[in-house]
Design a binder for this molecule. Sequence first.
Ligand code: FRU
Length: 444
Amino acid sequence: MLHDFLHLKAPGHWINDPNGFIYYKGRYHLFYQHFPYLPRWGTMHWGHAVSDDLVHWEHRDIALYPSKAYDRNGVFSGSAVEVDGALYLYYTAIRYDEENPDNIHRALDNRFKASQALVISPDGVTFDNLDAKRQVLPVPAAPEAGDPQNTRDPKVWRAADGSFRMVLGSTRDGVGQLLFYRSADGLTWTCAGRFGDSALGTTLECPDLFCLDGRWVLLGSPMGITADGLQYPDQSTWMPVDFDETTCRLALQGAPAMVDWGLDLYAPQTTLDEAGHRVLIGWMRMPRPVEDAPDGRAPWRGMMSLPRLVEWRDGHLCFPVHPHVTACFTQPAEGLAPLAEHKPVRLQGTLRSGQTWNVGGYRLWMEGGCLCTDRSAVLDGLPGYRLTARTPALGQDACDLDIFVTDHLVEIFLDGGRYVLSHVVFGLDETLEGDFDTVTTARA
Ligand code: FRU
């Protein structure tokens, strides 16, 4: 059986968004968008992995796959809820207007129709794609009901009174929208309102709406918000919102901010962990596949971020690394080159203005009161990708950094998760230069 440690990676071929993230019957289940034939996007399936602790992942068979006329071209993103002991998996069912005759895994002229569907699993182990699958919302027939193509990514939750709510991402007249539905049983749904705003980009993908310590948060992935010609134009943001769960009325309460300032993370999803804390995992977009996996898996492209808690601090949403991750880094690094051993490395220390740290060729420094990073030396030869990143101004000229490094990912938690900046990398070397207080490694 294939295992991953710390980051869930594609078991081979392609993954994108996390789906159906849930703590269910004592284990974490993480499903994900998966194309099982090549390391590039195509007809979507839901891959599946389980974990006891969010850091040791066990790959399972593909859970959801196209099997009905309405989803014959893809099982797009969605979410999970537990209902009377069963696992309900909601997703967007895709049907192309016409298949591209040269590649049936893509739609001709990118035209398709979307409806919303459900698979009920009795146990999180068996997924009957024939008899336990049903459509719960048809393709929108009128503009008021949503865009027939770009309405997707159902996030379903139980309201305070036990009934169900669903939020979908959509678009209208080029402006991102949220569509709300309610249901008494999770099976029959009625429209409960909509909300549109340019802060939701041209189309909103993967909305996630939750109440944290009495204040509502909208997480979402608005398309086209960094349209400067560099990959990637679509980014994940959080916003404080006012939301009434009974009427589904929503109002923005502040400006959007990035979930991760490296701008590689996309389509994050949250759930509650076993302690009742909100935890987030996002998709780390990779510009090319990894060909030479040491565990022999097929070329793989795409992985999940480390699990991060979601917490308010002084009106600001923070994303500290999950304590199950830090608990793994118990071994002081021996020798001078822990990166050369390809083990996960954790670096902690205070970065001050005037210093530049070098982590395997990845550079970090402070400038204009911001943390700045540059991955030019470790994302070589890939034109069109953003190489540098910075946080917003910190109002200080030093910051505490907690950096997690694995072969293809650097994740930087600043001041305990006040800001997080993560970058996909290729070809880190063994350089380690910086004012680190501690350097530790982890063993699976
Ligand atoms: C976001 C997204 C979702 C969609 C899925 C398709 O990355 O475009 O909106 O459901 O990926 O794979």
